[in-house]
Ligand binder design. Structure first.
Ligand code: ARG
Length: 492
């Protein structure tokens, strides 16, 4: 049975299993085990190139690392008697190669820079995957919006019928919010993409290491330079967690819409059965459980961020073991978002909209009253506040017809609208919900022509964003191909 090599010198005694379990980060380390092998290879190539580890040891170590990379780490490396995967892997290498060889890989390195590098390596992939999930979701929203440029629906403020809009406009609002969520992740990526490797415990090392070379091998665009900061900061992880908390809040809002829209009260949508559940007692039930779970996950992800901030806020420089406790929060928030975004895209692309019902509701609750006020301003040169008062009073009297408006105008201002030429036809024309939408033809507005040009513009932006994700992924892939080529060249 392999021992935890790290304890042998200073603390050779046994520890109670409860302590070992308490200290071990093994569960979360499954996220970084693959990255750790790449970090090992880059570190080893650097050690050999700098003449810090000899040719024979380097070759034997690399043979083992390539074998582990291709066939996976053995289950024993994940045993909770090890504090983490770094210790479990080192114990395995020493058992397999003997200490004279296996004990050389950790030269000029600490688990502190090792784990910080592994987290950033894995997080880079996850951020790109999340960015791509957001691109897919945005594409779905744009496509469905494109089918509903002319579908009129009620818009709400305070969840009260407010003014008519188009379904395309409503969906584009979410596309725009998710585009900002994408931008935030892309910005965070630049700060994740920096290499802590070579920082060792925090003060770097006296060996003549080449940090830049190791960073290049791992496809990092730069160093996380100050070695104390590099091992002890997790703000780039916190930033991604914050971005995901915000993104999930956006997703949760859309879920909330789907939940409300699918009620019998609203009846705007029918969710696909695939995303719904039934009841164990009420045989008629179809519940929007996927949207509900997602709404709750947004709360969990916000909680992960809060936990992460609380963990780091009191830590003095440099590495403190508390940092280990942050990492599972990071992966949980990544996992929640990675599960949620494709499901949300699936829900949106399969939902059936009841366009007739939406249009009927669009005019409810005097939703076009603003149009009547605007008519009085535009045609009869009343100040908007005066027109607002007249129309508000007419609504209080219960109708927006010529008689009621005339009465309201006389009561509120003493003037006669009829004498000024207001007619029932003029009122009917502006009360039409299609008219209310069509005149709102400003950039970003709900008119069919306005949403059409927004969709075209957003589609172009989406292509640029997809190109960024492809570019970032290609940089990593090229670097790893080169790294593996160099690793194989060493052993051949
Ligand atoms: N499992 C640790 C973590 O996730 C690795 C670093 C351990 N370093 C230490 N000095 N105990 O942070």
């Amino acid at each position: 049975m392999q021992k935890d090599q790290i304890r042998q010198g200073r603390l050779p005694g046994e520890r109670p299993p409860g302590v070992m379990r308490f200290l071990s980060s093994m569960d979360a380390d499954r996220w970084i085990a693959g990255a750790d092998l790449l970090v090992d290879m880059a570190h080893l190539l650097m050690l050999r190139r700098q003449g810090i580890v000899g040719e024979d040891s380097a070759r034997a170590l690399m043979t083992a690392l390539l074998d582990l990379y291709e066939h996976g780490l053995p289950g024993t490396a994940f045993d909770e008697r090890f504090e983490d995967i770094h210790a479990g892997k080192e114990a395995y290498l020493i058992e397999r190669l003997g200490e004279d060889i296996g004990g050389r890989l950790h030269t000029g390195r600490s688990r502190n820079d090792e784990v910080a590098t592994c987290i950033r390596l894995r997080l880079r992939d996850e951020v790109i995957a999340l960015a791509r999930a957001l691109i897919d979701l945005r594409q779905t929203l744009l496509s469905v919006a494109g089918q509903h440029e002319g579908t009129v629906m009620p818009g709400f403020t305070h969840l009260q019928h407010a003014q008519p809009t188009t379904l395309a406009h409503h969906l584009l609002a979410y596309e725009q919010a998710f585009a900002r969520d994408f931008e935030r992740l892309r910005d965070a990526y630049a700060r994740v993409d920096a290499s802590p490797l070579g920082s060792a415990a925090f003060a770097s090392t006296g060996f003549p290491i080449d940090r830049e070379y190791a960073a290049r091998l791992l496809g990092f665009s730069r160093l996380a330079e100050n070695t104390m900061d590099a091992v002890s900061s997790r703000d780039s992880a916190l930033e991604v967690m914050a971005d995901l908390a915000i993104c999930m809040a956006t997703a949760s809002r859309l879920c909330e819409e789907l939940i409300v829209w699918s009620t019998a009260f609203a009846g705007f949508v029918r969710l696909d059965d695939a995303y719904c559940s039934s009841s164990s007692i009420m045989p008629q039930k179809k519940n929007p459980d996927t949207a509900e779970i997602m709404r709750a996950k947004a709360g969990s992800v916000a909680g992960e961020l809060a936990a992460g901030l609380m963990i780091v806020k009191g830590l003095p420089m440099s590495y403190n073991r508390d940092l280990q406790e942050l990492t599972p929060h990071l992966w949980r928030s990544v996992e929640a978002a990675r599960q949620s975004l494709p499901l949300l895209s699936g829900m949106i692309s399969t939902v059936a909209f009841d366009a007739d019902r939406m249009q009927r509701e669009a005019g409810r609750g005097f939703a076009t009253a603003t149009e009547v006020a605007d008519l009085l301003v535009g045609r009869y040169d009343l100040p908007f506040r005066t027109a607002h008062r007249i129309v508000g009073r007419a609504v209080r009297h219960g109708a927006l017809d010529i008689g009621t408006l005339e009465r309201a105008a006389r009561e509120a201002t003493g003037i006669s609208l009829v004498e000024r030429g207001l007619s029932q036809e003029q009122i009917d024309a502006v009360l039409d919900v299609r008219h209310a939408v069509a005149v709102r033809d400003v950039p970003g507005g709900p008119a069919p022509s306005a949403v059409r040009s927004q969709i075209e513009e957003r589609q172009r932006r989406l292509c640029d964003d997809a190109a960024w994700a492809d570019g970032a992924a290609a940089v990593i892939q090229n670097a790893f191909e080169h790294l593996l080529t160099e690793a194989r060249r060493l052993v051949s």
